[in-house]
Write a protein that binds this ligand. Structure first.
Ligand code: GDP
Ligand code: MG
Length: 717
């Protein structure tokens, strides 16, 4: 049996992914398009393994202006899918059909899946599907992807259409058709027949990227130019404008005869939106919801369950039993220590966060599924735009407060490549679950008592501030210049959460977190254990009688670098370095270095130790450096994966390091003078210079916007 490939194409939020999930069930893979970071989702139809389904990026048109559009059209033109299923949001049919007119020019068989029919029915709109189908020249099938209604019929019809190789050309007004066919005649021998109309229209639109591979002679080009010039004079518009107009009038003609809007009153979603996107109430409601989500995840689930997982499950049940077993099997003590104190404690420490993170993701997935997250993005867009990010950057940053790994992965929902890269770079500035352990230690040790309550919120606030400052600075550089992509997301109608969607999203993100714990962190804990336990003369520290581990030697070598930040002690240096494996390790490293054994941040002996090596100012500086500098290995791995480029990965790492260093330096140097009332030094002066430099970077005139930026980013890869 021949296998066929179906490409799902449609506007963002038209329901492509919902349809894709309904059709493929769990038979899917996610990857990236070669060379670029736009997500590529492929899968196999669950009822017929010979049907491959591709979920293309959501797009509003096939122009060359965004990466998604370029990726989608290159796929459609070069990969020759057998049939396109154009997913159309029927409750927004007019806007969605704009893409449909373009897809119909590709010369590929097509089926139109008129999605969200449940909403159309509820709104009382009436769509004459037969008439619509007749006029469009393609089969139109009414479906509800969410309710899984008629979705199998889409495949059935798509198979039939693919077999017949049925294509239909929509036609514009006679005048425009004449221009197009004149161009068609010139290029007819240079392109495959079915692509003729597509290329002719692209030539008329002067879409250079689309036509650059056409092998046209100078004469051809001159002829085409003169046709276009004549048309432009006649229509008093440029080529692209002529076609755009033609599409709109085609659509309005189509709609006027086939769609009857029902009552125009407020829908239920409109009523909810009046409250939750209200100018005054929106932010407080949002803050309350997020607070509740965090409260349940961190305090209710986190408190008890995490302690139990760490202390009882990994500590006693797994760790204890394995220790007993290994000891009774007469395994060498160092190996027991490696397994129990190194691997189980290290990996367990990370996995201990699983319950918190799972709960957090579960609630965030519900908010996403019911349609609230799009509202949040919408509400925050105006605010974020001021410092160069889009509202969509918010979701990764929010998820990043649980763990940076899925936070960084969540940037996939950001269509614009610049916004996306920048969000990847700043998402890990937020205090993730692991960093909260360092926060907890310092709140108790340094800022104990009445003064301590503000420390944790301060770290969150510092994270947000770091995002804002970085966004503002980076946006002024030529690398990130240009407006954040305009916010043209269709706000979906609210609906009850679908449990399968929520669980799938939660699991996808959680899986990423667990896999990293089991791979990167596993290896790194082993390495650190050796560095901690082997002396510079390559003997076990414990047995050699000499307590200078390799880790200590490394710490002492590097420590002076952190002197200007106030924590040049080797213990703090070593803790910071080990923190790159996983930020949880920062606190436990203090425990090991101070000879306290495996104690956590709330242990009195640990609090006592921390208060002897830190002052309030150096503690803040240390905390900020650990929060802002390179995230843990796992997150760096995710960053590398999402950036899809070594150059960008190194740039991000270098930026984060420098930024963290600059901030901690200023905090320590100014803090010494302002808080500890010490005399100003050369360091204070340098810190002043750094501050002035950063302010300059934030407030200087931006570099020129360049709309070709996106194209260049693609061809560069
Ligand atoms: P994509 O951006 O095209 O992949 O769209 P999604 O599949 O993510 O869907 C966007 C939103 O529309 C989600 O909140 C879906 O739950 C919702 N949705 C998708 N299909 C339907 C449908 O048939 N009816 C309703 N009411 N909502 C739908
Ligand atoms: Mg999608």
């Amino acid at each position: 049996m021949m296998s066929i490939t179906i490409a799902l194409a449609g506007n963002p939020n038209s329901g492509k992914s919902t349809l894709f999930n309904a059709l493929t069930g769990s038979n899917q893979y996610v990857g990236n398009w070669p060379g670029v970071t736009v997500e590529k989702k492929g899968g196999v139809y669950k009822k017929d393994k010979s049907v491959n389904i591709m979920d293309l990026p959501g797009i509003y048109s096939l122009s060359p202006y965004t990466l998604e559009e370029v990726v989608s059209r290159e796929y459609l033109i070069n990969e020759n899918p057998d049939v396109i299923v154009n997913v159309v949001d029927a409750s927004n049919i007019e806007r969605n059909l704009y893409l449909t007119t373009q897809l119909s020019e590709l010369g590929i068989p097509m089926v139109i899946a008129l999605n969200m029919m449940d909403i159309v029915e509820k709104n009382g709109d009436i769509i004459n599907v037969e008439e619509l189908s007749r006029k469009l020249g393609y089969p139109v099938i009414e479906i509800s992807a969410l309710r899984n209604k008629n979705t199998d019929k889409v495949i059935e019809v798509a198979k039939k259409v693919a077999r017949n190789k049925h294509v239909h050309i929509n036609s514009f007004t006679e005048g425009v058709e004449k221009i197009v066919s004149d161009i068609e005649r010139i290029i007819e021998n240079k392109v495959e027949e079915r692509h003729n109309r597509w290329y002719s229209i692209k030539l008329l639109e002067k879409d250079e990227k689309a036509v650059k591979n056409l092998d046209l002679t100078l004469l051809d080009k001159q002829e085409i130019d003169s046709i276009i010039e004549k048309a432009e004079n006649e229509y008093d518009d440029d080529g692209e404008g002529i076609i755009t107009d033609a599409r709109y009038s085609y659509i309005s003609d189509l709609i006027s005869n086939t769609v009857k809007k029902g009552r125009s009153g407020l829908t239920r979603s409109d009523k909810i939106d009046r409250i939750v996107t209200n100018r005054i109430l929106a932010i407080p409601i949002f803050a309350a919801i997020i607070y509740l989500v965090y409260f349940i995840s961190v305090a209710v689930v986190g408190g008890g369950v995490t302690d139990w997982v760490n202390d009882v499950f990994f500590g006693e049940i797994i760790g204890g039993n394995i220790q007993n077993f290994l000891e009774s099997a007469k395994v060498a003590p160092w190996l027991v220590s490696l397994v129990v104190d190194g691997i189980i404690a290290g990996v367990g420490g990370v996995l201990g966060f699983t319950p918190i993170i799972a709960t957090l993701y579960f609630f965030l997935a519900i908010l996403e599924d019911i349609g609230y997250m799009s509202r949040i993005a919408f509400i925050l867009d105006r605010l974020f735009r001021r410092f160069g990010l889009s509202g969509k950057s918010f979701i990764p940053i929010l998820i990043g407060t649980g763990c940076s790994v899925p936070g960084i992965m969540a940037t996939r929902t950001i269509e614009n490549e610049n916004d996306r890269r920048m969000t990847i770079m700043v998402a890990s500035f937020m205090p993730c679950g692991a960093k909260t352990e360092i926060i907890a230690l310092f709140s108790a040790a340094i800022f104990a008592g009445a003064k301590g309550w503000w420390f944790a919120p301060l770290c969150y606030f510092a994270g947000i501030l770091a995002v804002i400052i970085s966004g503002t600075m980076l946006k002024k550089t030529s690398m990130f210049a240009g407006e954040p992509a305009p916010f043209v997301m269709e706000l979906p109608e609210y609906h009850m959460p679908t449990i399968s969607n929520v669980l799938r999203t939660t699991w996808d993100r959680l899986k990423a977190f667990i896999i990293k714990a089991g791979t990167v962190i596993l290896i790194a804990t082993v390495v650190i254990w050796f560095l901690q336990n082997i002396s510079t003369s390559f003997e076990f520290v414990e047995f050699s009688g000499e307590s200078h581990s390799i880790l200590e030697a490394i710490g002492k070598t590097i420590a002076p670098i952190f002197g200007p930040l106030g924590f040049g002690q080797w213990a703090a240096t070593v803790a910071t370095i080990c923190g790159l494996v996983a930020k949880e390790v920062v606190v436990s490293t203090f425990g090991v270095v101070a000879g306290l054994g495996a104690v956590d941040g709330s242990d009195p002996s640990m609090i006592q130790y921390a208060s002897t090596i830190f002052t309030s100012v150096s503690a803040l500086s240390f905390m900020l450096f650990n929060q802002l500098c390179i995230p843990c290995f796992a997150a760096v791995g995710a960053l590398r994966e999402e950036m899809k480029s070594a150059k960008w990965t190194w740039f991000a790492i270098a930026y984060q390091l420098l930024f963290a260093y600059a901030i901690s330096f200023m905090v320590y140097q100014f803090g010494k003078v302002l808080v500890l009332k010490q005399a100003a030094t050369v360091g204070t002066g340098i810190a002043g210079a750094v501050l002035v430099f950063m302010l300059y970077m934030m407030f200087r005139r931006p570099k020129k916007t360049d709309s070709i930026e996106v194209k260049r980013a693609v061809s560069e890869e």
